[in-house]
Every structure is written in structure tokens, then in C-alpha cells.
Design a protein around this ligand. Structure first.
Ligand SMILES: Nc1ncnc2c1ncn2[C@@H]1O[C@H](COP(=O)(O)OP(=O)(O)O)[C@@H](O)[C@H]1O
Ligand SMILES: [Mg+2]
Length: 215
């Protein structure tokens, strides 16, 4: 059975529908890659999945629960987390403060949160060295690690990532790739990427989006 089951989803901005008839199935332990050119509607789809934009039609089920009309915060509490395009960390808060934000999702108790935070600082040692620095002082790659760590501290059932390597130096691309490879098999992920090579060895399946349609 699919953990994430999306049927006939359409969505867009205001009255303008950008993508239509999206069907997505993600099972436990699976990684799905989503490729597509700029403007295809990938980010609009991801925002609609997590409730930052309303669906224009269709359904989004997570682990048998219908999320389609729930608020974004409720979807996070239900187990759907997004690493957004452009990272969107809070630049005026420190790294430690950014990592505190997911406590509000309430999906880990204090002991579980502490243990997960320690695991993530081992996975991304640079974050541990920069806990007291403001998010805005981090490099793009460090901000991406922070965005991924923040999403994982929500203890998601399914993790969505929107172009996690956008604008990163090659060495940082490799670190992000290694981190995602270490999660693959344990955490179901939907990864939007421009670069097919990045998904090799991580994604079990790849779909493409063209002009608002999955193909
Ligand atoms: N806030 C917005 N308001 C209106 N149209 C938007 C907005 N954001 C994106 N779009 C349009 O939606 C289409 C798909 O964009 P997007 O989902 O960002 O594509 P992708 O992530 O595949 O590059 C584009 O034509 C874009 O201009
Ligand atoms: Mg995009």
C-alpha cells in the first residue's frame, strides 16, 4: 500500500491552474525523483502537497488519512515535511534557534528530539560548529543542510525536497547527496531535481513534469 497516494491532483496560483491530474504513489522506503524544466510546475505541486497552496481538485492521502483540505501546519503534524526551494531558513535566527522550530510539530518527545538532533549534527558536522551563528551567515550549502535538518526534526513519515542542490558548489552537492543517500531506504522521499545524475543511486523511480503534467 502507498504511504503517500495522490490522485488527480491539480493546483496553481489563485484562479490560474498550473498543474493537472497528478497521480503519485510512494511506498515505505521508496524514493521518487521528479525532474522537469523551469516553470513546469514542480514547486507549485510541492507547495500544494504540503498545503501552502490550495488544491484545485483531487486528493492527497498520507498513511490512509485524507490531508487534502487540512492546513499546512496540520499536514506537518500528520507527517508530511518539505525542504522548500531556496531553503527558506530563518536568516535572523541562529542555527540552534532554527533547529528548535520543529519542536512545535510535536512529532517527537523531548528525548526523541534530543536524540534526533544529535544524529543530525553527526550527519552535518558543520551545523554543530555553527550553532551560535545566524542562519544568514551560513553558506548556501550550510543553509541547505540546516533546511534538511529542520525538516527531519519534524520526524516526517514522508519527506519532500524541492531542488535541494540549487545553486550549490559541487562539494556541497556531494554532501547533500551523501546525506540523502544515507536516508534512502529508511525514509520515503520525493525529490525534485533538475539534474538526473544527482538522483542516480538514490531514486527508485523517476517521473518528469512537463507543462504541468506528470509523464
Ligand atoms: N506566486 C505565483 N503567482 C503566479 N504564478 C506563479 C507563481 N509562482 C509560480 N508561478 C507560475 O507557475 C508556473 C510554474 O512555476 P513553478 O511551480 O515554480 O515551476 P518549477 O518549480 O517547475 O520551476 C510558472 O509559469 C510560474 O510563472
Ligand atoms: Mg521550482
Amino acid at each position: 500500500m502507498s504511504l503517500l497516494a495522490v490522485r488527480g491532483l491539480s493546483g496553481g496560483h489563485g484562479p490560474l491552474t498550473i498543474f493537472r491530474d497528478a497521480d503519485i504513489d510512494l511506498s515505505a522506503g521508496q524514493v521518487l525523483g521528479l525532474l522537469g524544466p523551469n516553470g513546469a510546475g514542480k514547486t507549485t505541486l510541492m507547495k500544494t502537497l504540503v498545503g501552502l497552496l490550495p488544491a484545485h481538485g483531487g486528493t492527497i492521502m498520507l498513511d490512509g488519512r485524507d490531508l487534502t483540505s487540512l492546513k499546512a501546519v496540520t499536514r506537518t503534524r500528520a507527517g508530511l515535511a518539505l525542504v522548500p526551494e531556496g531553503r527558506q531558513i530563518i536568516t535572523t535566527l541562529t542555527v540552534a534557534e532554527n533547529l528548535n522550530l520543529p519542536r512545535a510539530a510535536g512529532r517527537l518527545d523531548e528525548a526523541g528530539y534530543g536524540a534526533r538532533r544529535a544524529e543530525l549534527l553527526a550527519l552535518f558536522p558543520r551545523l554543530g560548529e555553527r550553532l551560535a551563528q545566524k542562519g544568514g551567515a551560513l553558506s548556501g550549502g550550510e543553509q541547505q543542510m540546516l533546511a534538511i535538518a529542520r525538516a527531519l526534526l519534524c520526524n516526517p513519515t514522508v519527506l519532500l525536497l524541492d531542488e535541494p542542490t540549487q545553486g550549490l558548489a559541487p562539494i556541497m552537492v556531494r554532501q547533500v547527496r551523501d546525506a540523502l543517500a544515507s536516508l534512502a531506504g529508511r525514509l520515503p522521499m520525493l525529490i525534485v531535481e533538475q539534474n538526473r545524475g544527482f538522483l542516480d543511486g538514490i531514486a527508485d523511480r523517476i517521473v518528469s513534469m512537463k507543462a504541468g503534467r506528470l509523464v
